[in-house]
Design a protein around this ligand. Structure first.
Ligand SMILES: O=C(O)C[C@@H](O)[C@H](O)C(=O)COP(=O)(O)O
Ligand SMILES: [Zn+2]
Length: 284
């Protein structure tokens, strides 16, 4: 199967109240772990790739790995630019074979965010590529850029609704109290904002900062209208903790397969638990 746009599964997710996971790809082992978990549970999923990860992996390798996963698995998989910062980077990804892009204009003024997002939607739609927009500022560290809690501001429902109406994005990330990275305590998620926005627009709300959110809050978010949830940090922690433990146990290891295999297995377990929690098993 070829890579698909998020519109292959997000409308169904919204209608049937489940969420599709965006799991970020940082290297080959992440990609393999994610598709292995999804194959076992017959789930659609999204490979998220940040600009930093793109620089690290190279755009050709990234697309080739995602296409290989789609072909091998037969699952509906979207390859999605995560937090794209410009029209140019979004177009570069689409030309290279991405089936979906996020334009994150949350650092611009509201009107400028609308204007720029509309341009991306117009170009992407002509090529059958789905688009995610973002409103409000999500806290935490994203791709090495840190936004402290003080500067993380929640999305205003009336603005989110107008943003959707003017841009026509396929899903909308709104800041509702989650943050990138791990939480010191528990997040304070504003379910009322999710519900108000979700009821007024036909596309799903996206929850960034999905790592470390307690299961009950995830279930409540999905019930309120979240249809896409992003997870990266929990896989990074599982991968690195496993490698650290293996090397601490045996300092003589030099074959990367000896520590990357258990690291990959640890990520399979993380992704499987998220797919089950999000309710996307058997939705492929
Ligand atoms: O940091 C990245 O490279 C990806 C994230 O921004 C992703 O979009 C996301 O929201 C993941 O959240 P987290 O796993 O809770 O950090
Ligand atoms: Zn994010």
């Amino acid at each position: 199967m070829a890579l698909v746009s998020m519109n292959e599964f997000l409308p169904k997710a919204k209608a049937n109240k489940f969420a599709v996971g965006q799991f970020n790809m940082n290297n080959l082992e992440f990609a393999q772990a994610i598709v292995e978990a999804a194959m076992e549970l017959k789930s659609p999923f999204i490979y998220g790739v940040s600009e930093g990860a793109l620089k690290y992996m190279g755009i050709e390798f990234t697309v080739a790995i995602a296409e290989a996963a789609a072909k091998k698995s037969g699952l509906p998989i979207a390859l999605h630019l995560d937090h794209g910062s410009s029209f140019e980077v979004a177009m570069k990804c689409i030309r290279a074979g991405f089936s979906s892009v996020m334009f994150d204009g949350s650092h611009y003024s509201f009107e400028e965010n609308i204007r720029l997002t509309k341009e991306v939607v117009k170009a992407a739609r002509a090529m059958g590529v789905s688009v995610e927009g973002e409103l409000g500022t999500i806290g935490g560290v994203e791709d090495d850029i840190s936004v402290d809690e003080e500067h993380a501001n929640l999305a205003k429902p009336e603005e989110a609704i107008r943003f959707y109406e003017e841009t026509g994005v396929d899903c909308l990330a709104i800041a509702v109290g989650t943050a990138h990275g791990m939480y010191a305590g528990e997040p304070n998620i504003h379910f009322d904002i999710i519900e108000q926005v979700s009821k007024a627009i036909p596309v799903p709300v996206v929850l960034h900062g999905g790592s470390g959110v307690p299961d009950e809050m995830i279930r409540k978010s999905i019930a309120a209208g979240v249809g896409k949830i992003n997870v990266n940090t929990e896989n990074q922690v599982a991968c690195t903790d496993t490698i650290r433990a293996v090397l601490n146990k045996d300092a003589k290891i030099y074959d990367p397969r000896k520590y990357l295999t258990p690291a990959r297995n640890a990520m399979v377990e993380v992704v499987k638990s998220k797919i089950q929690l999000f309710g996307s098993s058997n939705q492929a």
